[in-house]
Design a binder for this molecule. Structure first.
Ligand code: SF4
Length: 314
């Protein structure tokens, strides 16, 4: 058996060089299998750049720690991504044309949970470098950069104005989709490898930019995209009207915003669905109002179906 030379020896895939229709009666000896090494569609589609075929192969052999370590080469948050990523890898899976896509994200979630329940740790093998990096923003981008830089041996400090790290993962995704213990479990590994978190510190207010520049060799800005789209109509500042991020943030802080019994959510994206489902959990009757058809909603189809199952009206 030939193997692809990667970190994981996934067997090469043999493909036919010709259609079976060209030879209905004769011998097939002339048709030799061709071994092709190509990056699979799922690997190409993964925004985190994970070696999906590699870790699926390892997981299939029961090598869950090895599978986890392979994911961690690219992405420090498999238990999180296995829950909240919209698994674009599965949209393009070849298997879906046969019956259904391989459920990659559930395997990723299982591997992430396996690592959490078995207390698997990140191993930093690089020698320490005499360089310090400041990262502004403790969201997924900032923490991923910190993780990779730390593994390369840099001393890393993250600054964030919130009290807890996680950014959008903590304050923009409801905990029924991403439980705080999973989020905290994955983030705790970053503390374990020596990344320093300075929370509740707003750069530009609590610490000056000049001070950062003088203390660090490099600065990475990962402040995210918190700007929301406005409806651009009058009356948006009245009581009982919330914007999505403010609403989800309050819920994550354990508050129960006063939304009343019957609410409408305007918009058809994933944040709208999150707000609608979170409102259902607060006991409200919820109607989503969207200007186009359901097929044109930017929200993920799976999320729309789950919202319907939970009683959200469209
Ligand atoms: S579910 Fe995981 S493997 Fe699939 S695209 Fe998202 S991060 Fe990549």
């Amino acid at each position: 058996m030939k193997y692809i030379e990667r970190q994981v020896n996934v067997p090469l895939c043999a493909v036919s060089t010709t259609s079976g229709l060209v030879n209905k009666t004769g011998t097939w000896k002339f048709a030799q299998p061709l071994f092709i090494d190509r990056v699979s569609p799922c690997n190409q589609q993964c925004p985190a750049g994970e070696d999906i075929t590699g870790y699926m192969y390892l997981a299939g052999q029961g090598k869950f720690e090895e599978a986890w370590r392979l994911i961690m080469e690219e992405n420090p948050f498999p238990a999180i991504m296995g829950r909240v990523c919209f698994h674009t890898c599965e949209e393009i899976c070849n298997r879906k044309d046969h019956d259904e896509a391989v459920s990659i994200h559930t395997v990723e979630r299982f591997i992430g949970d396996y690592a959490l329940s078995h207390g698997l740790k990140i191993i930093v093998t690089q020698t320490e470098k005499d360089k310090k990096v400041a990262i502004v923003g403790a969201g997924p981008g900032g923490m991923s950069a910190a993780f990779h830089l730390r593994r390369m041996g840099y001393t890393v400090t993250i600054f964030d104005s919130n009290q807890s790290p996680g950014g959008m993962m903590r304050y923009g995704i409801p905990s029924y989709r991403l439980p705080n213990e999973v989020l905290d479990g994955e983030i705790s590994r970053l503390y374990d490898i020596g990344i320093e978190f300075k929370m509740g510190v707003k750069v530009g207010k609590d610490i000056t930019w000049d001070s950062l520049e003088s203390q660090f060799d490099a600065i990475f800005i990962a402040i995210g995209a918190y700007e929301e789209t406005s409806l651009g109509i009058e009356g948006l500042n009245k009581d009982g009207i919330f914007n999505a991020l403010e609403f989800l943030h309050e819920i994550d802080l354990g508050k129960s915003p006063k939304i009343g019994k019957r609410i409408s959510v305007i918009g058809g994206g994933n944040s709208a669905i999150d707000c609608a489902r979170a409102s259902r959990r607060l006991g409200a009757e919820v109607i989503i109002i969207y200007r186009r058809s359901e097929a044109e909603m930017p929200a993920h189809g799976e999320e729309i179906e789950m919202a319907k199952e939970e009683g959200v009206q469209f």
